[in-house]
Ligand binder design. Structure first.
Ligand SMILES: Cc1ncc(COP(=O)(O)O)c(C=O)c1O
Length: 407
């Protein structure tokens, strides 16, 4: 039996056009030697603005998605005495950056269907906070809430209209965590918007497994205000505009020329990769339906499917949920079957952030964010990468059917 990997970048080497383009891009950098920022980064920023943000947002290349968020928090002066609201069911980076600037992390639980920030729960949290005469919103610890960071998880957007309306009501900044969603569209009530260009600012990750990945760490910021883009450019480069004159304390959040060049070579392929992921998701749906498993598993939610937008979901991950009282045990059975059949899988995310050891100081007990905790125990990510073969998808579904048989 041949193994089915969760993700396999090596299959892209069969794409001769892509390989030639990447090699030419790297050679170009070896020739011009602009290894840090430089003309490749400038060109990537412009190409990303056109391809992924409809030229509505200004792009700033950074060293990773995580560093990008740190740069945003520094640029917005988020520090001790402030508080930021985000969800506990996500990758560590979002909350860790808030911690690193000394601000208080306030968690908001997720919608159990989409796994993303639940605007109703956000409304309850905001209404429970103390609002001072000047409009300042304070947590019980006395910190001022300034920002909301909703996370667009797995390839589709949060309920941004609802989140943005609440942010406006309370005078808060919204920063989109668009790490997993580049190329997706969102049907806002003001018209179609590109993921990452909905709120004031966003950050994207080009981690190699992302839909658009670099060959190392890399990321991008997008922001609607050109002045803020300039500020972010200063922060990403040690707070300098003129060399060795530091306006603010920034960091080394610079994008490498080689990564920018590789990304420029890969960007023209993003829409076809996203389309291939969408096709794979459709094959999964059909196979799960045929196998009669739809009462045992919840397939990924498609909250914006009714919009008819082609890219309402770009399937960065294909995350199913095991249903029923026995979900935890059944997930174990599926995993055992996957291990036996060499099928790759992942759990995104096994421990919600409020229960991570490093955040014990926040004193959250199990049960504090029940939907995040349940999602951590009942979900499973299946292979979905663009080059996955239809027969491999059938084999994954057959293995799940076999694992659940007779249960
Ligand atoms: C939801 C989310 N946020 C933030 C990040 C951090 O991005 P990076 O790995 O580029 O630092 C990632 C990527 O791993 C992510 O998936």
């Amino acid at each position: 039996m041949t193994a089915i990997p969760l993700f396999d970048l090596s299959r892209q080497s069969q794409n001769a056009e892509l390989t030639a383009s990447i090699k030419a891009a790297v050679e170009r950098v070896l020739d011009h030697q602009q290894f840090i920022l430089g003309k490749e980064t400038v060109a990537l920023e412009q190409e990303m603005e056109a391809a992924c943000f409809d030229n509505k947002a200004h792009a700033v290349g950074v060293s990773s998605g995580t560093d990008g968020l740190l740069a945003i928090l520094i640029a917005k002066n988020i520090s001790a005495g402030d508080a930021v609201i985000t969800t506990p069911y996500t990758f560590f980076a979002t909350a860790s950056c808030v911690h690193r600037v000394g601000a208080q992390i306030v968690f908001c639980d997720i919608d159990p269907k989409t796994f993303m920030m639940d605007p109703e729960k956000l409304r309850i949290i905001l209404a429970s906070l103390k609002r001072e005469a000047d409009g300042a919103l304070r947590t019980a610890k006395g910190n001022r809430v300034k920002m909301i960071i909703p996370i667009h998880l797995f390839g589709t957007c949060c309920d941004m209209d609802a989140i943005m309306a609440l942010a406006q009501e309370y005078g808060l900044t919204v920063v989109e965590d668009a790490a997993q969603v580049i190329g997706a569209d969102y049907p806002s009530k003001e018209g179609v918007k590109k993921a990452g260009a909905i709120a004031e600012m966003s950050f994207v990750s080009f981690y190699p497994t992302k839909n658009l990945g670099a060959f190392g760490d890399a990321g991008l910021l997008a922001c609607l205000d050109p002045k803020m883009a300039e500020q972010l450019r200063i922060v990403r480069n040690h707070g300098m505009e003129e060399r060795y004159y530091h306006k603010v304390v920034g960091g080394n959040f610079r994008l490498d020329g080689i990564q920018a060049a590789v990304l420029r070579a890969r960007l023209p392929f993003l829409s076809q990769w996203n389309e291939q992921r969408q096709k794979n998701a459709a094959i999964y749906k059909e196979a799960f339906t045929k196998a009669g498993l739809l009462d045992r598993l919840a397939l990924p939610a498609e909250p914006w499917a009714a919009s008819g937008l082609k890219n309402h979901h770009i399937y960065h991950q294909y995350v199913i949920r095991i249903l029923g009282d026995e979900a935890v045990a059944q997930r174990e059975k599926i995993i055992a079957h996957f291990n036996k059949n060499q099928i790759g899988y992942a759990i995104y995310y096994p421990v919600p952030l409020h229960l991570q050891e490093c955040f014990a100081y926040l004193e959250h007990k199990p049960g504090a964010y029940p939907e995040s905790e349940r999602a951590a125990q009942e979900t499973l990510a299946l292979p979905i990468f663009p080059e996955l073969k239809p027969e491999e998808i059938q084999a994954v579904v057959a293995a799940i059917a076999e694992a659940l048989k007779g249960n």
